[in-house]
Design a protein around this ligand. Structure first.
Ligand SMILES: *[C@@H]1O[C@H](CO)[C@@H](O)[C@H](O)[C@H]1NC(C)=O
Ligand SMILES: *[C@@H]1O[C@H](CO)[C@@H](O)[C@H](O)[C@H]1NC(C)=O
Ligand SMILES: *[C@@H]1O[C@H](CO)[C@@H](O)[C@H](O)[C@H]1NC(C)=O
Length: 352
């Protein structure tokens, strides 16, 4: 809109002042009117032809892409405006239709979509996805694979994936997607992973990481957690080909899309051991969250990773969505996966 307005003003100035300038060179008034008319027609035709001339249309589209970019950033901040349908949840065994994005206007305008097999395949075609972390990350892998594999295939995958504390790899031939799950219960394990990428000079297209629960339970020291997060941030920034600013046209290297999988809400009374109930209290979890935000690992505090906010999603889903107060039903991780896919959708339009 801005571009069109400015072009209009520019055109008006040309129509007005060019003939006046010529009149200064002793043109008669009739000639001046003639030139003025001719210019007007030329410009009018020109304006309608601009889409076919790249230089001007580039100018116009760079204005409009600024607007689009702003929209994208604000849409990214709205990705977690998800509501769970309690009634459907309590009835249905599978989670179809049990969550959706809020219908309120700013969210609706972003046109987030639940991706089906075809769209997800399109989006992930030919890419290497790495999900690294603890059991929460494993549940995200289950949801992601559930989206791109059939039910039968999923059955056989489940067994392998849930061998405790082990890595897992699958290549989904139909869409040429390679997916790695890396067992990494501590943030230091994630930092080692960054080193491995660097050593092998091979980087995934999509990287989802998250660790914290093990640290809460076995170390129970939020400051120490914060230190490990800062180290991770450093290694992400220095070892991965991260573009400094999104959407500024920047460097030519293809940088991975980076996500942080947050810790879920813990429902203390439902935790299944005395030790967990003792150590994994709300105020401890809050202190860990503060360290996460203070570490500047996340995009919202100027860092490289976009938060997949499992805590807010699991909070909204509530007690009914968990058996042990820590691991939630598929619906929560499915929502998290769709948050991620929609972020990818937004960013790949922006960057490719
Ligand atoms: C849930 O189940 C109850 C009883 O079977 C039924 O009356 C109700 O309509 C169901 N709700 C939904 C949303 O399916
Ligand atoms: C994936 O991309 C390749 C070409 O890059 C194409 O031939 C193939 O049909 C695509 N598959 C899907 C499922 O989109
Ligand atoms: C993760 O890190 C911990 C502590 O640094 C270490 O003891 C453990 O061996 C690591 N695990 C893996 C799978 O790398």
């Amino acid at each position: 809109m801005l571009g069109a307005l400015q072009l209009g003003v520019l055109a008006a100035c040309v129509v007005l002042f060019v003939p006046m300038g010529m009149a200064g060179w002793h043109l008669s008034r009739n000639k001046m009117l003639f030139f003025s008319g001719a210019l007007f027609i030329t410009l009018a035709v020109g304006v309608h032809l601009t889409p076919y001339f790249s230089s001007i249309s580039n100018l116009v589209s760079s204005f409009s892409s600024v607007v689009v970019l702003e929209n994208r950033e604000s849409c990214i901040s709205l990705l977690h405006k998800i509501v769970f349908d309690v009634e459907t949840l309590s009835n249905a065994s599978d989670s179809e239709g049990s969550w959706t994005w809020a219908a309120a206007s700013p969210v609706a305008a972003c046109e987030f979509q639940k991706l089906g097999l075809a769209d997800a395949s399109d989006l992930l075609n030919g890419s290497w996805v790495v999900v690294a972390g603890d059991s929460q990350a494993r549940l995200v892998v289950v949801s992601l694979l559930g989206l791109v594999l059939g039910k039968e295939e999923m059955g056989s995958v489940r067994g392998d994936l849930f061998k405790r504390h082990s890595d897992y790899q699958i290549v989904v031939d139909e869409i040429g997607m390679k997916l790695d799950f890396v067992w990494a219960p501590y943030v230091s394990n994630l930092t080692s992973l960054m080193m491995d990428f660097k050593v092998n000079n091979n980087y995934p297209d999509v990287l989802v990481m998250g660790a914290g629960l093990w640290h809460v339970l076995h170390v129970t020291n939020s400051l120490d957690y914060g230190i490990s997060l800062r180290l991770l941030r450093q290694s992400v920034v220095s070892l991965l080909p991260v573009s400094p600013e999104l959407g500024t046209g920047g460097p030519v290297t293809r940088s991975p899309h980076l996500f942080w999988l947050g810790m879920p809400e813990l429902i203390n009374s439902m935790l299944n051991t005395e030790e967990k109930r003792e150590k994994m209290k709300d105020d401890v979890l809050n202190a860990y969250d503060r360290e996460l935000h203070g570490s500047k690992l996340l995009r919202q505090s100027g860092g490289p990773l976009l938060l997949l906010d499992t805590r807010s999603l699991s909070q909204k889903c509530g007690e009914q969505c968990t058996m042990d107060g820590m691991h939630y039903g598929g619906v929560v991780y499915e929502a998290a996966v769709h948050v991620m896919l929609n972020a990818l959708l937004i960013e790949s339009h922006q960057r490719l």
